[in-house]
Design a protein around this ligand. Sequence first.
Ligand SMILES: NC(=O)C1=CN([C@@H]2O[C@H](COP(=O)(O)OP(=O)(O)OC[C@H]3O[C@@H](n4cnc5c(N)ncnc54)[C@H](O)[C@@H]3O)[C@@H](O)[C@H]2O)C=CC1
Ligand SMILES: C[N+](C)(C)CC(=O)CC(=O)[O-]
Length: 318
Amino acid sequence: MTPPESVRRVACVGAGVIGGGWAAHFLARGYDVTAWDPAPDAGRKLRRLVDAAWPALTSLGLAEGASTDRLTVTETLEQAVSEAEFVQESAPEKLDLKRDLLSRLDAATPPGVVIASSTSGYPMTDMQTTAADPSRLVVGHPFNPPYLIPLVEVVGGEHTDAAAVSWAARFYEVAGKSVITMDKEVPGFIANRLQEALWREALHMVAAGEATVRDIDLSITEGPGLRWAVMGPMLTFALAGGEGGMAHTLDHFGPSLKSPWTRLEAPELDTELYDAVVAGCEEAADGRSVADLVAERDKGVIDVLRATGRLGREGGPR
Ligand SMILES: NC(=O)C1=CN([C@@H]2O[C@H](COP(=O)(O)OP(=O)(O)OC[C@H]3O[C@@H](n4cnc5c(N)ncnc54)[C@H](O)[C@@H]3O)[C@@H](O)[C@H]2O)C=CC1
Ligand SMILES: C[N+](C)(C)CC(=O)CC(=O)[O-]
């Protein structure tokens, strides 16, 4: 198994929105990228996506030797992976298709090479059922576009070797990604469960004529979204408790979790959950006081407002 730090050749199988974004990311990080996709015009679309992303990636800073010339679009899947040291699968989100494809990739990829799926939510346990060597199959779930959004969620299936999960996590770090490695297989992983919960509520409100699509998006971009680029939902709500932190937030706003207006089944806010959330926020604060966190949040929000041209307009941020 090639050490993650020594990988030079990456294969991207499935080169649509996400596979193309992965190819752009790996190219910008200086890798040789081979890509295969069965669509007749996939190569042209892939090169168009990469060329469109390249100016932004150049402005962000390319790795030494990075070049779009290091992209090779192959005629067959087997050619794409024959010398790959890592494989990123980004085919359609269809379970049977992924099962068959991962088996094909397993058969065609040199032994010991980790194969990661971009799946948005399928457990690897459900996808690795027919592969001859399921031990090297992991989930490496990206966020669109992978060449700009750093997060990748890594998790194995029941038959995945723990070494493959840790290898993949390390490789993604070396390749410039922000990695969350999950110990438990949870459909939808972490971020999709969170953002799709919000999306479900938004769809309910549109269906009930309670909010327009425009107002739903504005409610985030002009509200919580500004904070979420700087601080996640837990620490953000800890600051809602002022000096009392998350403990006060839970005491003050916990009962509203059971409000009749919510459509989402709320967990029982029992002592175990209460203590876990409070302790988790204290750990995340990492010694920073509430005042430190408030200052950090406010600076970050101002930076985001400025970066998105919303600072200083008449009437303040809009
Ligand atoms: N679009 C998004 O925002 C995100 C998508 N994902 C995941 O990435 C994967 C790909 O999604 P998208 O890129 O959005 O879809 P897409 O439809 O843009 O691209 C899928 C590509 O797969 C190709 N393809 C079809 N059958 C194939 C096969 N048997 N083997 C290889 N390639 C095949 C298609 O020609 C197409 O180019 C899915 O698992 C999706 O859940 C993950 C994160 C975000
Ligand atoms: C819409 N989606 C479920 C495919 C989104 C993702 O999986 C991650 C993202 O890019 O938000």
